[in-house]
Design a protein around this ligand. Structure first.
Ligand code: GLN
Length: 389
């Protein structure tokens, strides 16, 4: 038989999704893949049912139903201070995942470089390979996940096509400050580089942290692609409704890629999404408060069990240093440790190495997500006490 594609040979399956499969087989507690195990809001479920019954069951407008694009445009003007024309500046996609790969496919030529902060969300690695971009990594240093301004500046050159900024950040919980984003923006302008902002956790913030969209900074609207989705904000990760916002010339390219990739995101769910985007501030406060309490509770349990970790400022993950427990168990790598943890406690995590290009950097880390109901979190706190002290 002829050999399969060389490109797809160079990356492995998603470790995050694999951990979910292992966890389901073991009947464990899934603190690996970032999705809620509680119900999505009743109102959004009912809106979807109404949309199906109202007959929104055929292909959508390929780049997004007009109602949803208008709702997105209103929302980003208010919350993100981004002006965007729903007719020319928005592409609705199958989740933020498709928005990211469609954006990279729209921008990248062979030989182009993209800058990625490391640790990074797993998908950005294969995304670079699939788009043909050469990634350059800029380290985020724990425990506060700062970057070095000198290292960031040194990563830019004539070949730099884009920088990916994920804020609030998965897996670190870092929320990029306005000053940091201004520094990144200045480098983007200096080197004529696009900014790709993945802002999917924009409503999940703690301790007064504020979300700033890099597209709202002077000179950045025309060179930023802002990516988002309803998955995390409305707890509907299985619906696959996301979008990319960009200036018309960039949007035209993203729309072409999107059309041939997937044609469109599910029509009735786009209508329900448009309705969800009219929820008042109390909805977002409720979400933030639940996750804030969950964060404090889970971090307490993890520290008690011997994991080293700092309070994340946003998103719903904590990347922990597991060295002490690994030493007690005589385990030297993160993947073996994750498997042992499921065996001993039933708790599934994501091995730290899946967030690094240089796998050794994550070999003492594991990521827990805490977007779970109280019942799950309390069970987890209890079973973690089984670990050797
Ligand atoms: N963002 C989620 C995580 O990091 C997973 C998203 C996905 O699996 N598509 O766990």
């Amino acid at each position: 038989m002829k050999k399969l594609s060389q490109i797809t040979e160079t990356f492995s399956e998603s470790v995050i999704r694999e951990m979910t499969r292992i966890c389901d087989e073991a009947g464990g507690y899934n603190l690996s893949q970032g999705f809620p195990d509680f119900e999505s809001p009743k109102a959004i479920q009912e809106a979807a049912i109404r949309a199906i019954q109202a007959g929104f069951n055929q292909y959508p407008v390929t780049f997004g139903e007009p109602e949803l694009r208008e709702a997105i445009s209103r929302k980003v003007r208010e919350y993100n201070h981004i002006e965007c024309n729903p007719k020319t500046d928005i592409t609705v996609t199958c989740g933020a995942t498709e928005a990211m790969i469609a954006t990279l496919k729209a921008l990248i030529n062979p030989g182009d470089e993209i800058i990625i902060f490391e640790p990074f969300y797993e998908n950005y690695g294969p995304d670079s390979i699939l788009s043909g971009a050469t990634p350059r990594y800029v380290t985020l240093y724990g425990p506060d996940w700062h970057y070095s301004a000198a290292e960031l500046a040194a990563a830019f050159n004539e070949k730099t096509k884009a920088i990916i900024i994920n804020t609030p950040n998965n897996p670190t919980g870092k929320v990029f400050s306005k000053e940091e984003l201004a520094e990144i923006a200045a480098l983007c302008i200096k080197w004529d580089t696009y900014a790709i902002a993945d802002e999917i956790y924009e409503h999940i913030l703690y301790d007064g942290a504020r979300h700033v969209s890099i597209a709202s900074l002077p000179g950045m609207a025309e060179r930023t692609i802002t990516i988002n989705s309803i998955s995390k904000t409305y707890s509907v990760t299985g619906w696959r409704v996301g979008w990319a916002i960009a200036a018309p010339e960039i949007t035209k390219r993203i729309r072409k890629v999107h059309d041939f990739f997937t044609v469109g995101a599910p029509t009735p769910l786009q209508h329900a999404a448009a309705e969800a985007m009219t929820y008042g501030p109390e909805y977002y406060e409720g979400l933030k408060n639940h996750y804030g309490e969950a964060r404090d509770f889970v971090l307490g349990a993890l520290r008690q069990a011997g994991f080293k970790c700092e309070l994340p400022q946003g998103a719903y993950y904590v990347l922990t240093d597991a060295s002490d427990i690994m030493a007690r168990l005589g385990i030297t790598d993160d993947t073996a440790f994750s498997r042992k943890l499921i065996e001993l406690t039933g708790v599934a995590t994501v091995p730290g190495s899946s967030f690094y290009a240089d796998k050794t950097k994550g070999s003492r880390q594991v990521r827990f997500c805490f977007c779970k109901k109280w019942e799950t979190l309390k069970h987890v706190a209890q079973v973690l006490t089984k670990l050797p002290r």
